[in-house]
Design a protein around this ligand. Structure first.
Ligand SMILES: [Mg+2]
Length: 114
């Protein structure tokens, strides 16, 4: 089972159809998780590391963020209600491929973007 299917089965299947209040909560959750990435990174790279974070914590929060982001991407938005799982996975996989192509082009000669 690939990563998208696992996220769909574990997280998204509970509420796969777009409903504003659920999607709103997911979007807010993504902000929370990305904030946790920042918190862990800022702590582990500070002189005091006051929150005793590790780079493993940074990785963990980055993965949490990726799961929530892909959960949002796997939502069946208005007009997609009759899509089957394969259509949904294909739409997200195609979008990832498209965006990676764009990132590859953007990063070609630049090191200060990411
Ligand atoms: Mg987290």
């Amino acid at each position: 089972m690939d990563i998208l299917q696992q996220i769909f089965e574990v997280v998204n299947k509970r509420q796969p159809l777009y409903q504003e209040r659920y999607t709103h909560r997911r979007v807010t959750k993504l902000s929370e998780e990305t904030g946790e990435v920042s918190e862990a990174f800022l702590s582990v790279t500070s002189e005091s590391n006051g929150k005793n974070k590790t780079f493993e914590d940074v990785r963990e929060e980055a993965v949490d963020s990726a799961i929530v982001a892909l959960d949002i991407a796997l939502t069946k938005f208005p007009g997609e209600e009759d899509w089957d799982d394969e259509q949904l996975y294909t739409a997200v996989e195609d979008m990832i491929a498209k965006k990676l192509k764009k990132w590859k082009k953007k990063l070609k000669d630049k090191t200060d973007i990411m």
